[in-house]
Design a protein around this ligand. Structure first.
Ligand code: FES
Length: 110
């Protein structure tokens, strides 16, 4: 992965983030990020379910901007990180995303 200035990092090509299919990526600093596409927008949240710390990126996008953890079914709004359905109780961290030249760039935590 390549740094693109101002702490934004290129993590994927836009077309690699398919609608309805979360994509997990790992930043150079080890942070795991889950990308979710909503039309022409891509959201980035931490790829770690706060319920038991398992990856969310193996889950499903069950509604626009809603990802469901594959392990015990917790649901999160990827725009805000908010829990929509337990058993998780803590929100996800969300990250600023920029799209440029066909690339997805992930920036600082919101
Ligand atoms: S690890 Fe995600 S709901 Fe349990």
């Amino acid at each position: 992965m390549e740094t693109a200035g101002q702490s934004f990092v290129r993590v994927a090509r836009i077309h690699e983030v398919e609608p309805g299919l979360p994509l997990g990526v790992i930043l150079d600093d080890g942070r795991r990020i889950c990308l979710v596409r909503d039309g022409e927008t891509i959201h980035a949240v931490e790829d770690r379910c706060p319920h038991r710390d398992f990856a969310l990126s193996g889950g499903d996008v069950v509604a626009p901007c809603v990802v469901e953890c594959p392990w015990h079914g917790a649901r999160f709004d990827v725009r805000t990180g908010a829990v929509l359905q337990g058993p998780a109780t803590d929100a996800l961290a969300t990250f600023v995303v920029r799209l440029a030249d066909g690339e997805v760039l992930v920036g600082p935590r919101r």
